[in-house]
Design a protein around this ligand. Structure first.
Ligand code: GDP
Length: 195
């Protein structure tokens, strides 16, 4: 897929239930990550925007699947964040239900991009999310965000820990990234839009 014009992005819709998920012959890239990992910042960095995908979304207001159309030919799907400390049981259930319907749905995305924090061992919720991505058979890759917060010597061991904890197959790409500095942007775009 040739790279679309990333400066041409529009919000399409917010889906709160499976009936609203978008069926489309166009490629759809699904982004997931725990709250505060920088999912909005990564999307904004890819699109050269500051405040497009919302940054710092409020806990409890994010159990939606948001669709953005890029250049009229690729969808970015922003899956709801997880792992909020203070979220109610009802909200957690809404998240699980929506994610289950998304990941068991037929042909709802083409490539998964899972975002984790480069500084930390992935959480149990991250492991669950990785299992969702593995379960569909669609390709997925992992982005280790906030790379700018690591010392050089921490990068390799942290990436190894992430790969091990998420039990990633060797062919699953793990891309070090910084939404802050832009490091890894070209590598990620190359993985999403191979020439
Ligand atoms: P989301 O909840 O996953 O959408 O996370 P946000 O995009 O709202 O980011 C959460 C916080 O992390 C914000 O304060 C961002 O400025 C910060 N942040 C995101 N990405 C990076 C990064 O690569 N490096 C650093 N240092 N901070 C980041």
């Amino acid at each position: 897929m040739a790279r679309p014009n990333l400066n041409r992005a529009e919000f399409v819709k917010s889906a709160a239930a499976s009936a609203q998920f978008i069926q489309s012959p166009m490629p759809r890239i699904a982004f997931a990550g725990k709250s505060n990992v920088g999912k909005s910042s990564v999307i904004n960095r890819l699109l050269n925007r500051k405040n497009f995908a919302r940054v710092g979304a409020e806990p409890g207001k994010t159990v939606h699947v948001n669709y953005f159309l890029i250049d009229g030919r690729v969808y970015f799907i922003d899956l709801p964040g997880y792992g909020f400390a203070k979220v109610s049981r009802a909200e957690k259930e809404r998240w699980s239900k929506l994610m289950e319907s998304f990941f068991t749905g037929k042909d709802l995305y083409d490539l998964g991009v899972m975002i984790v924090d480069a500084r930390h061992k992935p959480t149990a919720d991250d492991v669950t999310m990785a299992e969702f991505f593995k379960s569909t058979g669609a390709d997925f890759l992992v982005v280790a965000n906030k790379l700018d917060k690591l010392k050089k010597s921490e990068i390799e061991p942290n990436l190894r820990l992430i790969r091990e904890t998420l039990a990633l197959e060797e062919d699953v790409r793990l891309i070090p990234f910084s939404a802050e500095s832009g490091a890894g942007r070209e590598e990620l775009l190359g993985a999403i839009f191979p020439e």
